[in-house]
Each structure stands twice: as structure tokens, then as C-alpha cells.
Design a protein around this ligand. Structure first.
Ligand code: GDP
Ligand code: MG
Length: 170
């Protein structure tokens, strides 16, 4: 690698949507059925290698609980990208993700890459938000939509690779 890029990235979304699990799968290759709820926010770094450079991501994994909402701007301001996560089996979490998108667009839209992630696709039999609906919503907002499973690992490396690639192209 002959050049080095470093970016701040934040995860937002409803409590229990799988934010911490996505980060843990990406950074450590692990998954826990009883993942502990995040207090405040957690910080991890991970590098994404490309052919001739490396992208280092500084990842802020926020708590989804409403009582921590006022802290969120501290994490998304100055972030190059935001991953807004919802759980495809939980319609309320999809509605919550729309609120986050709205807040990001209002507060920092010009400066941030927003990706919406539908997580827990391993629970296809329990799905309550269809891919078409999520795609229609994100297309209308001009955002990228990706589906993942932190449990099986489906889509996780693709998600971070896509973000790293987009950020270096900005
Ligand atoms: P957070 O509050 O958004 O950080 O969510 P967590 O990462 O703490 O996950 C909440 C719960 O959902 C935990 O019990 C996880 O094991 C579970 N979980 C997270 N991602 C997945 C997934 O992709 N599939 C399944 N089946 N469960 C998941
Ligand atoms: Mg968490």
C-alpha cells in the first residue's frame, strides 16, 4: 500500500437492530446471540485493503435507545459516512431508520455518505419489511440500500468495502 486514507464512520438506528453485531462481525468475525446493549457509544477501528491503498475506518457504534438520542450529533457531525441500520423483521425499526435519515439529511446532508442497512436477513421467514419497499424508500432519498446478516456474515464485508470505496472517490 502506498497511500493511506482514514475516515470516521457512525452507526445509527433502533435499539437491537444489530448495529453492534454488524461492527463485531466486520472487525472481529464474531457474533453473539446475546450481544450486550451498547452504553453511550463504542469505538473500533478496522482497515479495508484495496489493490494499492488501505482505508482505515474509525467506527462509532452508538446506542439506539431514545435516552441517548441527544448524544448522536456528537458522533455523526464530522463523520464521513453513516450506516443507518434497521431489522428486516421489525417494522418499527424501519420507521426509526427513516427518522434517522431525515435527521441526517436536515443536519449534515451535504457532507456525509448515508447507507441504509436492512439487517437480520437470515430470519427471512420473519421478514416484515420487503426489499422492494426498502429499495423504493432509499431510491427516493438518493441513498444506497444493502441487506446484511451479522449472524451469517452475509453482505458485511461488501457493506464496508463499498463505503471505503465511495469515500475514497468523494
Ligand atoms: P444494537 O442494539 O443495534 O447494537 O443490536 P445488537 O447488535 O446488540 O443486536 C441485538 C440482538 O439481535 C442480539 O441478540 C443479536 O444477537 C441479534 N442480532 C444482531 N444481528 C443479527 C442478525 O443478523 N441475525 C439474527 N438472527 N440476529 C441478530
Ligand atoms: Mg449496540
Amino acid at each position: 500500500p502506498n497511500s493511506f486514507h482514514e475516515f470516521k464512520l457512525v452507526l445509527l438506528g433502533a435499539s437491537a437492530a444489530g448495529k453492534s453485531s454488524i461492527v463485531l462481525r466486520f472487525c472481529k468475525g464474531e457474533f453473539f446471540e446475546n450481544q450486550e446493549a451498547t452504553i453511550g457509544a463504542a469505538f473500533l477501528t478496522q482497515s479495508v485493503p484495496f489493490d494499492d491503498y488501505v482505508v482505515k475506518l474509525q467506527i462509532w457504534d452508538t446506542a439506539g435507545q431514545e435516552r441517548y438520542h441527544s448524544l448522536a450529533p456528537m458522533y455523526y457531525r464530522g463523520s464521513a459516512a453513516a450506516i443507518v441500520v434497521f431489522d428486516v423483521t421489525d417494522r418499527n425499526s424501519f420507521e426509526t431508520s427513516k427518522k434517522w435519515v431525515k435527521e441526517l439529511i436536515t443536519e449534515v446532508s451535504k457532507d456525509i455518505l448515508v447507507i441504509v442497512v436492512g439487517n437480520k436477513v437470515d430470519l427471512e421467514h420473519k421478514r416484515s419489511v420487503q426489499i422492494e419497499e426498502a429499495e423504493e424508500y432509499t431510491k427516493e432519498k438518493g441513498l444506497i440500500y444493502i441487506e446484511t446478516s451479522a449472524k451469517t456474515g452475509l453482505g458485511i464485508s461488501e457493506l464496508f468495502k463499498l463505503i471505503a470505496k465511495r469515500l475514497t472517490e468523494f
